[in-house]
Design a protein. Structure first.
Length: 386
């Protein structure tokens, strides 16, 4: 029998301290060679020999260094990637919270926008309503202004017509002047261009009324009243008057009465004799035959004539007043003593009243009334049938 082959040397063992990772792909370890089956005879125990140290190869050292550097770089890259992952996780969490907050804010903003849109719609409806109200208010204001101007023209026309009637009744231009001044002030405050012609007509008529000549009715009535008070004191033509000698004797100083009784008796008899006989010239025999009762009715007739003239002046009947004054003048010159100072003063005053009594040309305001009528007619109904 042939001797068995010697046992193969065991592979060298490498300690863990000497193991160096090699960068790059690592090939799997080789499969162990199959050991031959043991023989029937017992093999001798293996003899372990101390391994011999081999010399370090430069390639293996370089591989170890490269592997260490690669491991270090891998660790650093891993740490960096882990830090980046943690940072990304934090940023992702922050972004998630911010997105939640953004969604919440967006939801709130959407609700706010929705509320704002509803409020804007309500405001738009209110603005449209206010615009409609404003248009209606402007129409009302225009209508009121137009009605006010129309009423102003109508009121001024009525006031001027009443003032003109008062002027015709009283003979005084004061009512007409007051109405024209009032119309001028009210037209100055009006802004209606249709009343400009009325204002010019009022100014023209006001100047015309101011320059109008109207008799002083109040002064004439006062003079007639004074004549009425003097009628009872006027002497009639047949009233006994002292002669010139008697007047001279009355004006002469009084002679002292004689001391003796027959002297006094003779002086009284002489005075009585002088009064029994009077010689005078009678120019109007009808006045000389006037009795005392007739003289009373004559004065009453003169008063009636003066009263008639007074009433005629008050009624603006100047022709009737002049006729009554002429009749009073004739009565005064026929039946009253023309030599008396009272009669002369009364005749003079009566002539003055008769001269001042004339038909007054009272002014009229036809231009203003025509302008007001045209303004009222031009206003017409409001546009649109309102």
């Amino acid at each position: 029998m042939s001797a068995p082959p010697p046992p193969a040397a065991p592979p060298p063992t490498v300690s863990a301290a000497e193991a160096v990772p090699v960068a790059g792909p690592v090939s799997p370890p080789a499969a162990p060679e199959p050991t031959p089956p043991p023989s029937v005879a017992a093999a001798p125990p293996p003899v372990f020999r101390a391994p011999r140290r081999r010399a370090l190869q430069p390639g293996l050292v370089a591989a170890w260094i490269v592997g260490a550097i690669g491991l270090t770089v891998s660790l650093l890259l891993w740490q960096k990637v882990e830090g980046m992952q943690r940072q990304l996780a934090r940023q992702s969490a922050d972004a998630g919270s911010q997105s939640v907050e953004a969604r919440t804010l967006a939801r709130q903003a959407e609700e706010t926008v929705r509320d704002t849109a509803a409020k804007v719609a309500v405001l738009d409806s209110k603005v449209s309503e206010m615009s409609a109200y404003r248009a209606q208010l402007e129409d009302v204001v225009r209508s009121v202004t137009r009605a006010r101007d129309e009423n102003l023209a109508v009121e001024l026309e009525a006031a001027l017509r009443v003032a003109q009637d008062q002027t015709q009744l009283t003979g005084s231009v004061e009512p007409l002047l007051a109405a024209l001044r009032t119309a001028e002030r009210r037209l100055a405050r009006s802004s209606d261009p249709r009343l400009a012609l009325v204002a010019r007509a009022v100014t023209k008529d006001l100047e015309h009324v101011k320059t109008a000549s109207v008799p002083d009715t109040a002064g004439l009535l006062a003079r007639i009243d004074q004549l009425l008070r003097q009628v009872d004191d006027l002497p009639v033509a047949n009233e006994a008057r002292p002669s010139g000698r008697e007047a001279a004797a009355r004006g002469a100083p009084v002679q002292p009465a004689p001391d003796t009784w027959w002297g006094r008796w003779s002086m009284a008899l002489l005075n009585e004799a002088r009064g029994l006989l009077r010689v005078s010239r009678v120019e109007r025999p009808e006045a000389a035959l006037l009795s005392p009762e007739q003289a009373f009715f004559l004065r009453e007739n003169l008063k009636l004539r003066l009263q008639g003239a007074r009433l005629a002046l008050l009624a603006r009947q100047y022709e009737a007043g002049r006729a009554d004054l002429a009749a009073a003048q004739a009565l005064l010159g026929t039946w009253f003593d023309p030599a008396s100072r009272r009669t002369q003063a009364a005749a003079t005053m009566l002539q003055q009243v008769q001269g001042l009594t004339k038909a007054a040309d009272l002014p009229r305001v036809q231009d203003t009334l025509i302008a007001l009528s045209n303004a009222v007619a031009a206003s017409g109904p409001a546009p649109g049938g309102k």
